[in-house]
Design a protein around this ligand. Structure first.
Ligand SMILES: [Zn+2]
Length: 63
């Protein structure tokens, strides 16, 4: 059985198509556990992690 984190946030990986993403700490429709919306701008590495909730955003190429 995997040990769950004590917090209520999982380290999701969100695939996005833009280098600027907004994060409010929750997925759509999720209640609670959020944080003020922040905008994250990726560099050339093509990924960024939210400092608030550790959610990772990965840039994917538009198909
Ligand atoms: Zn966040």
């Amino acid at each position: 059985m995997p040990e769950s984190a004590s917090g209520n946030q999982v380290h999701d990986v969100c695939r996005v198509e833009t280098t600027v993403v907004s994060c409010g700490g929750t997925t759509q429709g999720e209640i609670g556990g959020g944080h003020p919306v922040v905008y994250l701008t990726m560099g050339e590495e093509g990924h960024i992690t939210c400092l608030y909730c550790s959610r990772k955003f990965v840039l994917v190429e538009r198909s």
